[in-house]
Design a protein around this ligand. Sequence first.
Ligand code: UDP
Length: 310
Amino acid sequence: MSKGNVLVTGGAGFLGSWLCDFLVREGFRVTCVDNLSSGDRKNLEHLDVEFIKHDARKPFNLGIKVDYIFHLASRASPADFQKYPVDILLTNSLGTYNVLKFAEQNNARFVLTSTSEVYGNPLQYPQNEDYWGNVNPIGPRSCYDESKRFSEALAMAFYRESGLDIRVGRIFNTYGERMRKDDGRVTPNLINQALRNEPITVYGDGSQTRSFCYVSDMVDGLTRLMFLESLRGEVINLGSPNEISILELAELIKGLVNTNSEIIFKPLPPDDPTRRKPDIAKAKQKLDWEPVISLEEGLARTIGFFRASQ
Ligand code: UDP
């Protein structure tokens, strides 16, 4: 018996398809909407989901009824921020509006996948949900940072104005199988360089930090955020609190792949956040959640995936 109808926007992407795996396994009826700009239909091939090719920037006249909506649709790689800034700004403004209107028509519970990028280059460490951030409004990352901030503001406006059951997850760096090889983000870049015995590119001196969460942990956090009761209007960080410098990450990947690659240093992109680590006290308290997969284990699985697709 179905537990209800779920819509996943961006369902053909890396995180979206993992989320669909979980939802199908749990007995939900799942519809995925994706324009396949950064997602891939192959990610859903093994799953019994309804797929609708649709761009979130267009109204959602989909002819379906849903109970729950996970809104993931957006390009999310910093490499894409340079190539598609207008697309990203409109997807996270007009697109989020269209999905929220659809949620309102369906009286559906709505999880917005927001981002640690709302904190910009943070001046507070670690970052908790009360921190308002340090964002350059006109810099090369602003298309993503500002539009995700707008998405949050819009979701909260719907929550306040029409009483929609809105929850916001601020996702920190997440990695795992099904990321795109050419995605441009640090984990797929470094792993694929190592597997090909090519130089491993560290931007800047590699002292900047991130905290990497394995994808199954992220799905666990997102689904708790959706399906637990009494979380209306809550904004919660989801990510790993285990901070590592990018140079340490490069060395770890080098060791796990057992490659001859050398580490080389390239210029640091402008506005690259210096230090990023979530405070997940709220997720622990409200969701009884914290990541359980170690970085070594998650990287080993991810390396296995990319090794098989070389
Ligand atoms: N980075 C790197 N080498 C690469 C790709 C990224 O050193 O080949 C760095 C990037 O400058 C940033 C960090 O790794 O400091 C994480 O980058 P990513 O694009 O994965 O995501 P971000 O956390 O910046 O959104």
